[in-house]
Design a protein around this ligand. Structure first.
Ligand SMILES: Nc1ncnc2c1ncn2[C@@H]1O[C@H](COP(=O)(O)OP(=O)(O)OP(=O)(O)O)[C@@H](O)[C@H]1O
Length: 122
């Protein structure tokens, strides 16, 4: 197989493994499907779609990197090690920041749209 195609298939296998085995990633994927459905219903503008899709991609990517770091750390040692603690906590912190930012951005985009919808219905 062409080496580029091989790298792509490894990446795709990693993605499938992550979604199949990691509960947190499953939750993020379900949340992403709900947000996209809601976005279609509220007819987001192009720029709003760009921001929403970027946030979804960022949070899921961060969660996958966090899982990869956890697995790598566990493969090295499951004994307590301050550096492993620090690495795992930092990776979890990165997920937390991206999720909080995505949540705030989601509120800024969706709440005014919902108010608009309620006003037009009233
Ligand atoms: N080998 C270790 N040495 C030191 N601290 C560790 C070690 N393994 C885990 N920890 C600590 O325990 C926390 C939880 O680690 P764990 O690997 O269980 O991830 P988790 O929070 O269960 O992640 P997830 O829910 O995404 O699977 C880490 O953030 C870290 O603070």
């Amino acid at each position: 197989m062409n080496s580029r195609l091989k790298s792509f298939s490894h990446a795709f296998r990693g993605l499938c493994d992550a979604v199949r085995n990691e509960t947190n990633i499953k939750i993020h994927v379900i949340a992403a499907i709900l947000v996209i459905t809601f976005g279609l219903f509220l007819q987001l503008s192009s720029i709003e779609w760009l921001i929403v899709l970027f946030c979804i991609g960022l949070v899921i990517s961060m969660e996958i990197i966090n899982t990869a770091i956890e697995q790598l750390a566990d493969a090295i040692s499951t004994d307590f090690h301050p550096k492993i603690k620090s690495a795992k906590d930092m990776a979890a912190g990165a997920v937390l920041i991206s999720a909080i930012m995505a949540f705030i951005i989601g509120l800024l985009i969706f709440v005014p749209k919902l108010f608009q919808l309620c006003q037009t219905q009233a």
